[in-house]
Design a protein around this ligand. Structure first.
Ligand SMILES: Cc1ncc(COP(=O)(O)O)c(C=O)c1O
Length: 372
């Protein structure tokens, strides 16, 4: 279908091609080169993080964070249940145990009250979680005042999964920069993309150094190949970093566009009384990576199918991790919120290139797809 509308396709509008050309001219088609350094520095300048390590995916960045921060076999790691699997699979890579925490309706992100109740309950059971992997869902920041306070109080290492939320802030501080380490994803559907890629950010030089070391096969600083530990081949290519740098230069425009798209959906769908959009907390400014909403009296899976027939890609909300067969038997603290959101919600097309006319067409189709 020629006029198919995708959920969040890549968008190119800056120096990407020019920078890739420079990579070809330099012959550095390799996981080293000046564009990797430039891209890392630019992410630091933009987010305020002191150090950045560019890698092959957001999942790889989370894996490096948990490995560097000492998560190992038998450890317990708290995590958002309402998220994408890449956020939490690295807990399994380390043979550690995830403990899932549910969301609240105020933010759709992790419920801080439930988190604290869980930590207290776990202590009674003699379980002391080492770390927390917190997701800022769909580009909207979680309640960072409360989450940071709880992590400090109970000595839990905070790792932020800001895969979807590059550019989103809480009290003007960038998501990804509140904890010991944060990560961003540059997967094809993200607000900026390198086709596939990710970045770990931290203010701790040692963490950055270790992450870089593990991302390049844990090679010791010798003339020959010396290995006292094993690592991974996770480094980003210079070609992809060139694309990333070009994309990052236009991030403000991208966020502005996505926030406008959200506002337009809100206006155009305002006459459907039974819908609710993902909220934004006070003090938070999300990047509205995806506009998401719930219907109170519709089957969202049916709507996704009907929209597909019209050439419009929408998607159900993330299925919570505690409901995934792969995590059967894992501990979880649930209040029913994420399960309810999953049963009711969808993500709407939100690509940077989306025009008002597209948003209008999509909104009309949504109205035509709901049961009276
Ligand atoms: C919340 C979340 N966490 C982690 C990831 C993993 O990132 P990647 O696909 O770059 O591995 C993604 C995205 O794909 C994501 O949406």
């Amino acid at each position: 279908m020629s006029n198919k509308i995708f959920l969040s396709p890549p968008y190119i509008c800056g120096n990407e091609m020019e920078y890739v050309k420079q990579v070809f001219e330099s012959n550095y088609l390799a996981p080293v080169g000046e564009f990797i350094d430039k891209f890392e520095k630019s992410v630091c300048n933009y987010t305020g993080a002191k150090y950045a390590v560019a890698v092959s995916s957001g999942t790889a960045a989370i894996h490096l964070a948990v490995r560097v921060l000492g998560i190992k076999e038998g450890d317990y790691v708290l995590a958002s249940t309402f998220t994408f699997i890449g956020s939490v699979a690295p807990i399994l890579y380390q043979k550690a145990n995830p403990i899932f925490i549910d969301s609240d309706y105020k933010s759709w992100n992790m419920d801080p009250n439930l988190l604290e109740d869980a930590v207290k309950d776990l202590r009674k059971k003699n379980i002391k979680p080492k770390a927390l992997i917190l997701t800022h869902l769909y580009g909207q920041p979680a309640d960072m005042d409360s989450i940071v306070e709880i992590c400090n109080k109970y000595e839990i290492i905070l790792i932020e999964d800001a895969a979807e939320s590059l550019g989103a802030t809480f009290k003007e501080k960038h998501t990804g920069t509140f904890g010991k380490a944060g990560i961003y994803s540059f997967n094809g559907n993200k607000i900026i993309t390198t086709s596939g890629g990710g970045m770990l950010v931290t203010d701790d030089e040692w963490i950055a150094k270790k992450a870089r070391f593990y991302s390049t096969q844990a090679k010791e600083d010798e003339l020959w190949y010396e290995h006292k530990e094993y690592g991974y081949n996770y480094r980003m290519s210079n070609v992809l970093a060139a694309i990333g740098l070009g994309q990052l230069e236009t991030i403000d425009f991208r966020i502005k566009k996505r926030r406008e798209t959200f506002k337009n959906y809100k206006k155009l769908l305002s006459d459907i009384s039974e819908i609710e959009f993902m909220p934004e907390l006070e003090h938070a400014r999300g990047n509205r990576w995806l506009t998401t909403l719930i219907f109170h009296n519709q089957d969202p899976f049916e709507i996704v199918k009907r929209m597909q027939e019209s050439g419009i890609e929408t998607r159900p909300l993330w299925k919570p991790m505690h409901l995934q067969p792969v995590f059967e038997g894992c501990l979880f603290y649930s209040n029913g919120v994420s399960e309810n959101l999953f049963k009711k919600g969808i993500c709407l097309p939100s690509g940077t290139e989306l025009k008002y006319d597209d948003v209008s067409r999509i909104s009309e189709k949504i109205k035509g797809s709901i049961d009276a």
